[in-house]
Design a protein around this ligand. Structure first.
Ligand code: GDP
Ligand code: GDP
Length: 432
């Protein structure tokens, strides 16, 4: 997990300004959709080659003094709890207040590393004496508005971040949620996000094809590539909605695992097949989220009926994982991300070379390829040459003579031996 740096403080001290400044415009932040609005904003950035996530605890509504104090304290506690390092922001122009002292107490008691950031030091001067009384050490004077002092602050932040342990930092699993209109993509995304702690973010720059949502769940990082969210957010009209296929394909290009949403009470449609075919061609992991399971159940269909119908229509992706879900009732929605994480691991798998050789040699011995036109192809060597998806090169005496059905036989044997559920695998035949 990459380290988390939380920005806390009472309203109006300049937390959001500092947040945006420290992100260095590398990543723009998109507001959460109405209805899934969170009270915290997250952004990922790096400085001197160290990645970290910055959390802005802003978003407090100005209310009465008591309510405000309680809300500020609650926010600070939440943020500090999940942070590796805390930036307590105070305002040199307004001076110390009682709420500043309360927040300082909270962060000091947390035992976390705390930096006192004295903001609005626009003239470049240090902080007045009274800020030292907070007992948080030497303040870092900055002007978030003008960008003064933020470089020094970033240097100090990365110097104090915990060391990232190389293999303990799993890359975020990129999951694209795609499907034809009205299958329930945004309902599913909302349902997933409703259960998890959510982080909003967006792709930097100009791409407007999807909204990337970063989130952590059960100790894993995910990037949810939400192709439906954009439409809802920007109220793109129907004319533009026609391009949703292009959007879906671009999202698939960027993912490790494509979650293709289908409808349980409807047969699989041509449009579904096209996008699934694309995901297969692109070599992506595949999870079929068969949604609206509640409607199928009402119509008297069993899980077996639905699964069999989907398998029958999609015989070209026998490896696909199927989950029957309902965004409406929440049924099994919580299984989507964990299943995607398993598929992502499978997709990136590198098998043991010895086991691979033994499996293939054995398969070849039990059922050798047919001798087309006289000579029987012999196996010389097999090795894994790619991952994401896993690809295997077979060196044989006569690749032309390898029949399609024999290749499928080899693929099935590899699938029996190794865990390749949810991912396509590729077999290459080369002349030895
Ligand atoms: P938050 O409520 O703590 O997130 O505070 P904001 O970032 O929304 O800032 C509150 C106000 O302070 C805004 O009007 C900002 O423009 C202003 N502000 C933020 N940083 C600075 C600064 O460095 N200098 C000055 N003069 N004003 C600032
Ligand atoms: P999108 O276009 O793929 O993003 O689809 P939406 O999420 O907008 O959903 C389309 C319609 O299907 C909406 O009216 C949803 O309320 C409805 N819907 C979505 N999921 C379910 C579900 O699991 N069960 C039922 N009964 N309706 C659903």
């Amino acid at each position: 997990m990459i380290p988390v740096v939380a920005i806390v403080g009472r309203p109006n001290v300049g937390k959001s300004s500092l947040f945006n400044r420290l992100l260095q415009r590398r990543q723009s932040i998109v507001e959460a959709e109405p209805g899934v609005t969170r009270d915290r904003l997250y952004g990922r950035t790096d400085w001197n080659g160290r990645d970290f996530t910055l959390v802005d605890t802003g978003g407090l509504e100005p209310g009465d003094e008591t309510g405000l104090r309680a809300a500020t304290a609650r926010q600070a506690k939440l943020a500090v709890h999940e942070a590796d390092l805390v930036l307590l922001v105070v305002d040199v122009k307004s001076g110390l207040t009682a709420v500043d002292r309360e927040v300082a107490d909270i962060v000091r008691r947390s035992g976390k590393t705390v930096f006192l950031v004295t903001n609005k030091a626009d003239d470049g001067k240090g902080a007045p004496e009274d800020f030292f009384e907070l007992g948080l050490g030497q303040p870092y004077p900055v002007s978030a508005a003008h960008g003064l002092g933020t470089g020094d602050l970033l240097d100090a932040i990365v110097a104090h971040l915990p060391e990232a342990v190389a293999e303990a930092v799993p890359e975020a699993v990129h999951v694209a949620v795609v499907g034809r209109p009205n299958v329930g993509k945004s309902s599913l995304v909302n349902s997933i996000l409703g259960e998890e702690r959510v982080i909003t973010s967006a792709e930097p720059g100009t791409t407007r094809d999807a909204v990337d949502v970063m989130l952590s769940s059960a100790g894993r990082d995910y990037v949810l590539i939400d192709t439906a969210g954009l439409r809802k957010r920007s109220r793109v009209d129907a004319g533009i909605e026609r391009y949703s296929v292009v959007r879906a394909l671009r999202a698939v290009d960027r993912c490790q695992v494509a979650v293709v949403v289908l409808e349980a009470h409807e047969p699989v449609k041509e449009q579904d097949k096209r996008i699934i075919g694309y995901a297969q061609e692109a070599g992506k992991g595949l999870l079929l989220a068969v949604n609206k399971w509640d409607l199928a159940a009402e119509a008297g269909l069993t899980a077996e009926d639905v699964t069999a119908g989907v398998r029958e229509a999609l015989q070209f992706v026998p490896y696909a994982k199927i989950l029957l879900v309902s965004a409406a009732t929440g049924l099994r929605v919580g299984k989507i991300l964990p299943a995607a994480a398993v598929i992502a691991a499978t997709h990136a798998q590198r098998v043991d070379p010895k086991q691979l050789k033994d499996t293939v040699t054995d398969a070849w011995r039990v059922t050798p390829p047919r001798a087309e036109g006289g000579r029987r192809p012999r196996l010389l060597q097999v090795e894994q040459v790619t991952s994401r998806p896993p690809g295997f090169a077979f060196r044989v005496t006569d690749p032309q003579a390898m029949h399609f059905s024999y290749k499928r036989y080899l693929e099935n044997r590899l699938r029996q031996q190794f865990e390749f559920d949810g991912t396509p695998i590729r077999l290459f035949f080369r002349k030895g």
